[in-house]
Design a binder for this molecule. Structure first.
Ligand code: COA
Ligand code: NAP
Length: 273
């Protein structure tokens, strides 16, 4: 179920927008009439997303770019802006993750997640700045609960997403004078996504247990997150900036425990509680 807020002819760019939660957000804006640009690493994901978004009848642009490559991100924005003009809404949500205890994590394993989640977010925001509508643009970063709740096997993602949170707050200070708002959405367990598959519920019994740990007694949907993004980007969110807003059914952190215990067993660790 999606709220209806008109975004006709607004230019919405979703970095990391070709699958999962971010694609759900891109899809929601496309359904509300926006001209949508999606970008990610893999050509097949970009092509599939463009085809699916185009089915709503609006204008869509797809660009292949790795957020770790500053120049490639800049080129992606140049392509998007040439096609659809200044950016009204920017979503930055590219991320990578895996479960691994810090003592077993290689330097490159830590670095790759920080490079995608944190440095990649900086690249996206930094390259977008010149193209954001001033005043009026809304920027939404996609963070995660482990940015502020410590979580085993998530040293890399926790550190990276904590950085994303602070980047959101600092740039809200710096860019507010230009009429640009920055906020972050922190999704809880969103069913059917890659992040959910990696971090959650390895067996049907675990899944049931995990669902019961969510205060609202269900996993989230793509529309749950997309509705918050639509609201934040709309005039109804006009005085909200520098905010980190959970969309997690009331604090769903306990629900990752079965996955963490399974990961600990797989890695031969007793450090699961
Ligand atoms: N456990 C421990 N280390 C791991 C690992 C795992 N499950 N998966 C990857 N690594 C390590 C690799 O060993 C490598 O380190 P090394 O060079 O010291 O061996 C490092 O991480 C980089 O791995 P690589 O596969 O080369 O990186 P990549 O750039 O191809 O992929 C990932 C990045 C690993 C984050 C990959 O999972 C990815 O692309 N994810 C995107 C989708 C995703 O995770 N979505 C969920 C979002 S929450
Ligand atoms: P996902 O489907 O894997 O989405 C990740 C997206 O980022 C994909 O479009 C991917 O496409 C792109 N991407 C990955 N690495 C990239 C790179 N280096 N450069 C450019 N694009 C890249 O995962 P998801 O679970 O929906 O997660 C989406 C966001 O929500 C992430 O920020 C995640 O941290 C956050 N989140 C998810 C959950 C959850 O329950 N799923 C919970 C909390 C937070 P390519 O592979 O084509 O690059």
């Amino acid at each position: 179920m999606q709220i209806g807020i008109d975004f006709t002819d607004r230019h919405v760019v979703v970095f990391g927008g070709t699958t999962g939660i971010n694609f759900g957000i891109a899809d929601a804006f496309a359904r509300q009439g926006a001209r949508v640009t999606v970008a990610s690493r893999k050509r097949e994901n970009v092509d599939a997303a463009v085809a699916a978004l185009g089915a709503h009848g609006g204008q869509v642009c797809g660009v292949v770019a790795d957020v770790r490559d500053f120049d490639a991100v800049g080129a992606a924005f140049a392509t998007a802006v040439e096609k659809f003009g200044p950016i009204d809404v920017l979503i930055s949500g590219a991320a990578g993750n895996f479960l691994c205890e810090a003592k077993d994590m290689s330097s490159n394993g830590f670095k790759v997640v920080v490079d995608i989640d944190l440095v990649g977010t900086f690249h996206v925001l930094r390259q977008a700045h010149a193209h954001l509508r001033k005043p009026g643009a809304s920027v939404i970063n996609i963070t995660a609960p482990q940015s502020f709740v410590p979580m085993r096997y998530q040293a890399h993602a926790s550190a990276a997403k904590a950085g994303v949170d602070q980047l959101t707050r600092v740039l809200a200070l710096e860019w507010g004078v230009d009429g640009i708002r920055l906020n972050a959405i922190s999704p809880g367990p969103i069913d059917g996504t890659e992040g959910f598959r990696k971090l959650m519920a390895p067996t049907p019994q675990d899944r049931e247990f995990a669902r019961d740990q969510v205060p609202l007694q269900r996993f989230g949907t793509l529309d749950d997150v997309a509705n918050l993004a639509l609201f934040l980007a709309s005039p109804y969110g006009a005085y909200i900036s520098g905010a980190l807003i959970p969309c997690d059914g009331g604090g769903a952190f306990e629900s990752v425990k079965p996955a963490l215990e399974a990961a600990g067993r797989a890695q031969g660790s007793s450090n699961t509680r």
